[in-house]
Each structure stands twice: as C-alpha cells, then as structure tokens.
Design a binder for this molecule. Structure first.
Ligand code: ZN
Ligand code: ZN
Length: 314
C-alpha cells in the first residue's frame, strides 16, 4: 500500500515492511551535477536522498538495494562516484532522520539563530568573484561606524545565494497578474473627433478574407505613426495604409480626399463612394515605435503581404 513516498508491505508472516515508493512515471531525474547551482547544493543531494532511503526502508536488504539504485540514478546525472559514496556514507553514519539527535540539530538551533543572522544575498554565478570573502574582511570595519554597528549589533553575516534566472524563468512569469490587460483599440472620446464614430473598439479583428489580427498595443484615434485598416461598411472589403500623423488627422484627410498625392488611397476612396456611400470602419493595427518613415512603410508592406487586403493596389 503506497502512502506518500512510503510503500507499506505486509509479508506472508504478517510482518510490516516499509520501502521507498516511487510512481512508475518517476524518471529519477535529479539535479544534473553540471547544472548551474552552488556546489554545496549538489553535494547535499546524494546525502539527502540516501537519508530518505535509510529512514524509510525497514530491512537491510531493501536498504542496500535502494542505495545501489540511487547510485545508478546519480551516476546517470553525472555525479562523481566519490561524491555519491561520501553522501551515502554520511547518511549511514547519521542514521534515520527521525532520531532525536538529528531533529534537535535542525529545528531548535536554527530558530534560535534566525534572529542573530543577516543573510548577505547575491545572485549565484560561478564566474563571479567571491564577494563574500571580501565581506568578511571588512566586517570589523563596518562595526566602526556607529550607524552600521546599530544595524549589525552582534548579528552574524552569512553567505546566501539567490538562484539566477534560467531561460525558463526569463520566458515565463510565475506571477499571476490580474491587472494585466489585453491590448485593445479604444475611441479617444473627444466630442469633436470625427474618427470616434467609425472606430472599431476591439482587441482583434477578422477580415472578410478570413485573415485575423490581434493588436499588441493599446491604440486610439489619437495614436500616431500607425499602420491602419479601413473596412467598407457595405461589402467589408478592406484597405491597409500607414500614417505618421495621428490616425484621426489622417482620417480627416481621407474624408476630404484632399491628399491627392496619395494615389493608393484614391482607389479605396473610390470604392467607398460607390459601394457604401463613403462609409467605412477604422481599425488601427500596429504602432511603429520609432518615428521613421522607412520603417513604417516597410511595416505597411508586411501587413499588406500578410493580410492581402482587397482594396490595395497589387
Ligand atoms: Zn476619437
Ligand atoms: Zn464595399
């Protein structure tokens, strides 16, 4: 019968035998010896795992069998034989974890000490110069300052390492941020704004041709330096354009059709006039970070290639 990591077996002679229990899915992938962790952490792993075996297994045969298995698992993770044997030997000498001597060693002392120590925390990096040895050297000097002496009192400064971020920790967030909002397009709500009534307030858009795009920044009619889309209110065919001005300024130019230099727009405008009495919806797609005409036009090109709008010149 398994219970936590203990397997309880009742033998034919009605004796109770306990063994380490591990699920079939357990791959015994202990921390790789070459992993970027402080030495003492890795040196302690064989000891702790061996201690667990010694504590849980109730017969010598089982104990030795499990210890042999442990050796094999650790070797697979590149632990040197010496380190493994040392850990196991230490665990055997110390005995099972539940004994009084080992318990007092861990609980009482440490709680007593907790108020007497100040951890000096640095992020672990094997390439760093050992700053803590320097701390030791200046410790007496620190006490010479009245203010520092008050802070330190008789407390002991201990060396403490923070685990450096792994690639996974850089890429994933452990925090669950409820305030985190999805980027969205919003009207500027200015009463005089002629763009607001036609602006689509969404975080993503589905175009007529099945193409889909989700915005990555918050944008409004007041956003400038943007790639935008205009969608015909009648047939939903669409156009993709760019502007360095505020979107709403650009839309005014659109409506008045004064910007005759911009030939690409003329075809789209023609369509709106014929198809929907000049009515169209506006949805900004992307805001270019830098005020750079070249960059913005390249982005526009990219969007046209990907979204394949029906009202742009091919
Ligand atoms: Zn507006
Ligand atoms: Zn149309």
């Amino acid at each position: 019968m398994p219970f936590l990591d203990i397997l309880v077996i009742i033998t034919e002679d009605n004796e109770i035998v306990t063994d380490i229990f591990s699920k079939d899915t357990d791959t015994h992938m202990y921390l790789n010896f070459y992993s970027n962790h402080p030495k003492h952490v890795k040196l302690n792993i064989p000891f702790n795992l061996a201690s667990r075996i010694i504590t849980i297994t109730s017969t010598d045969i089982l104990r030795n069998k499990r210890l042999e298995e442990l050796k094999a698992y650790l070797k697979k993770q590149h632990y040197p034989e010496q380190v493994i044997n040392y850990g196991i030997q230490k665990a055997l000498t110390k005995g099972p974890i539940v004994t009084e001597s080992r318990r007092s060693e861990t609980t009482e002392e440490s709680s007593n000490n907790l108020n007497k120590i100040i951890p000096f925390v640095t992020t672990y990096n094997p390439r760093d110069y050992d700053i803590f040895s320097f701390m030791r050297q200046i410790e007496t000097n620190l006490h010479k300052s009245e203010r520092m002496d008050k802070v330190l009192q008789k407390k002991k400064i201990i060396n403490s390492k923070r685990q450096s971020k792994s690639l996974k920790r850089y890429l994933t967030s452990s925090k669950f941020d409820f305030n985190e909002t999805v980027p969205i397009v919003k009207k500027c709500t200015d009463k005089r704004c002629m763009t607001c009534p036609n602006l689509i307030e969404e975080s993503s858009i589905y175009f007529k041709n099945g193409k889909h795009f989700t915005v990555r920044q918050n944008m409004s009619c007041k956003s400038s330096n943007v790639i935008y889309s205009l969608i015909c209110s009648n047939c939903e065919e669409f156009y993709v354009g760019e502007t360095k001005n505020e979107l709403r300024t650009r839309m005014t130019l659109h409506r008045q059709q004064t910007n005759h230099e911009d030939l690409t727009l003329i075809r789209a405008n023609d369509h709106f006039h014929r198809c929907s009495n000049g009515r169209f919806k506006i949805f900004p797609l992307y805001m270019v970070n830098r005020q750079n005409d070249f960059l913005r036009r390249k982005k526009e090109e990219l969007f046209i290639n990907i979204l394949n709008p029906g009202l742009n010149d091919k």
